[in-house]
Design a protein around this ligand. Structure first.
Ligand code: CO
Length: 288
């Protein structure tokens, strides 16, 4: 099994595990800590901090340090999980409902769209046709895709690489090539089909080394570069570093790191998401 396949298998197992432990009354922090621990125990590392995005939050909600948010009955929860082995990244996601089945159809819309997109992702397939089948599948369930979120290419140490895999027909006639790794990632909503930028989410990525005056900030910069390279990381992983929030703020201001934002649906619509990683020509790697 190569690094990509190993990462895929572990990411998929982590997704199943995450589903099991998402229960009423559990904190988001508990779930993310447990899932990230699981990935490490299995022999990989998190490719990015686990996202737990609830209801109209489409993506990028990551528990902050001491985040006390709790899963509640009726929550529609997107679990987005990545694993890497020597930098080879697998990215996958699913949606669960806590204690109800009110959004069955919305969940099915993104799941079916993801399956249809993965099936189409064969050597020689045009990128626009993957978007097209995702769009059509979601609409056949009575919902719309979120068009300003997309799937993406994957490379060593890079989670979001070219090409963009759209959730609609974007006219891109570029063809997929054998052996390419891509993530197919449809989002379905009963809202307007678009996300906006919300609050900063406490997830960062290293940009480049710059002169920083404070000794402890410089030390943190080196630690980040060494441990995460270009992969996203969260303040939660660094909670034991003294004055971490202040130091990250300094590094952000110096443009050593950038911070991501939470992505809510523009009209407050409910959102479901599904995602799998495909090795073009070989099939889905995020399968158990
Ligand atoms: Co992704």
């Amino acid at each position: 099994m190569d690094d990509w396949q190993k990462a895929g298998k572990i990411a998929a197992e982590a997704r199943e595990y995450a589903k099991e432990i998402c229960r009423i009354g559990k904190t988001y922090t508990y779930v993310a800590d447990k899932v990230e621990e699981f990935i490490i125990k299995k022999g990989a590392f998190p490719a990015f901090p686990m996202d737990i995005s609830v209801n109209s939050i489409a993506a990028h909600y990551c528990p902050y340090i001491n985040d006390e948010n709790v899963l509640e009955k009726g929550d529609l929860v997107k679990l987005d999980i990545g694993a890497h082995v020597n930098g080879a990244v697998a990215d996958n996601a699913c949606t669960v409902e806590i204690g109800t089945d009110e959004h069955k159809e919305l969940i099915l819309a993104s799941k079916d769209a993801c399956d249809a997109g993965c099936e189409k992702a064969i050597p020689g397939a045009m990128i626009k046709n993957i978007g097209k089948v995702i769009d059509e599948t979601i609409r056949s369930h009575g919902f719309v895709p979120i068009t300003n979120l997309s799937g993406h290419g994957l490379d060593r140490w890079i989670v979001h690489d070219a090409p963009t895999i759209p959730n609609y027909d974007n006219g891109n006639e570029m063809k997929l090539e054998e052996g390419q790794h891509i993530a197919i990632e449809p989002f379905a909503t009963d809202g307007i089909g678009s996300v906006k930028e919300g609050k900063p989410c406490g997830v960062y990525a290293f940009l480049e080394k710059k002169p920083v005056r404070l000794d402890s900030a410089r030390k943190l910069m080196s630690q980040i570069e060494k441990d995460y390279k270009t992969l996203p990381f969260t303040e939660r992983w660094l909670k034991d570093v003294k004055n971490i929030k202040f130091l990250l703020k300094l590094l952000e201001q110096a443009e050593v790191v950038k911070q991501y934002t939470v992505l809510p649906e523009k009209n407050g619509g409910m959102v479901s998401q599904y995602e799998n990683t495909v090795c073009v020509g070989k099939g889905v790697t995020t399968k158990i």
